[in-house]
Design a protein around this ligand. Structure first.
Ligand SMILES: Nc1ncnc2c1ncn2[C@@H]1O[C@H](COP(=O)(O)OP(=O)(O)OP(=O)(O)O)[C@@H](O)[C@H]1O
Ligand SMILES: [Mg+2]
Length: 297
């Protein structure tokens, strides 16, 4: 298991990208994706790391990639330290448990979002227009209500600024009819299987974002999958439509940040130890509820 909190990496390898949470290195036709313990809230990375977070996200993605491999192939090749490149071997103990070696794909530049519940931007869109990304919904739904069936609500992947929701037809105009439909079908299939599984274990997956890529002309799932960072998780016990149910993982952080009076502009204040520990516990609980895997703090 990875030791200590990791906020950033500096491996002697070419960098593919640095996100809010992950450091990705270019291995030629593969990528080395390292999930740090960084946490973002309101789109700002916090100064504290959350112990075990990187490992929880990595294990959850690997778990879901294995479980959904029969629905759609994916990019994951290995999470085994023996497969780390030589340049990363000196840091193998710190990297263990928190990296994925994946196939580098040609990314499809749209976020494939599936929603089973009415939350976030979809709730705002519904209140204004009665539909979400061009999908007409029944009248009278409350915030956080379960939808009659999961809906596919793609979004552009903006390089900067906010992603923009689009309709399936607009997606098809960009990528073509067949690929657009394949993205919708695969996304709905993955969400439906995962949401049913999670619900049995006490977690509602309200919505989730997937990314896809092409290997030649083969469509595969890439990026992370069904983690708390890419999805809205609610505990079944906290679920109450008509308001915004607390986020399974980040609620402590959001509550504390609200009370702190922070103006949500960078830099964010440092979190107190009890908030860090409580958040870490929630990530570990999500992993254990969903996969049965227990990690010690
Ligand atoms: N197999 C893959 N092939 C090619 N690109 C990939 C693959 N898997 C993920 N990616 C891309 O690599 C990047 C991973 O970056 P990461 O998620 O760390 O940051 P980000 O998405 O830019 O920012 P953030 O998620 O913090 O908002 C993303 O742009 C993602 O689309
Ligand atoms: Mg990302």
């Amino acid at each position: 298991m990875a030791q200590g909190v990791m906020l950033q990496t500096d491996l002697p390898l070419p960098r593919f990208g640095t996100g809010k949470v992950r450091d990705t290195y270019d291995l030629g036709n593969r990528l080395l994706m390292v999930t740090t313990d960084r946490l973002s809230a309101y789109d700002v990375v916090l100064p504290n790391g959350i112990p075990s977070k990187g490992e929880v996200l990595t294990r959850l993605s690997a778990f879901w990639f294995a479980r959904t491999g029969d629905l759609i192939p994916n990019h994951l090749l290995s999470t085994d330290v023996a497969d780390l490149p030589d340049a990363a071997q000196p840091l193998r103990d710190q990297l263990a448990g928190r990296f994925m070696i994946v196939r580098k794909a040609k990314r499809i530049d749209f976020e494939c979002v599936v929603r089973g519940y009415l939350a976030g931007s979809a709730w705002g869109e519904y209140r204004e227009s009665g539909s979400v990304c061009g999908v007409r919904l029944p009248p009278g739904l409350r915030q956080a209500d379960e939808l009659p069936e999961p809906i596919f609500t793609p979004a552009t992947k903006a390089e900067s600024g906010h992603d923009q929701n689009i309709s399936l037809d607009e997606l098809k105009n960009h990528v073509g009819e067949d690929l657009g439909q394949a993205l919708a079908d695969a996304s709905i299939a993955v969400y439906t299987a995962a949401a049913a599984y999670a619900l049995d274990r006490g977690i509602i997956i309200a919505d989730t974002k997937m990314e896809f890529g092409l290997l030649g002309d083969r469509l595969i799932l890439i990026d992370e999958l069904l983690t708390p960072d890419s999805s809205r998780f609610w505990a079944v016990g906290d679920y109450q439509p008509g308001g915004s149910p607390p986020s399974f993982d980040k609620q402590f952080v959001r509550d504390w940040l609200e009370r702190s009076g922070w103006n949500k502009q960078p830099p964010a204040p440092a979190l107190p130890p009890d908030v860090v520990a409580g958040t870490s516990q929630r990530y570990l609980a999500a992993l254990e509820w969903l996969t049965g895997q227990a990690l010690a703090l």
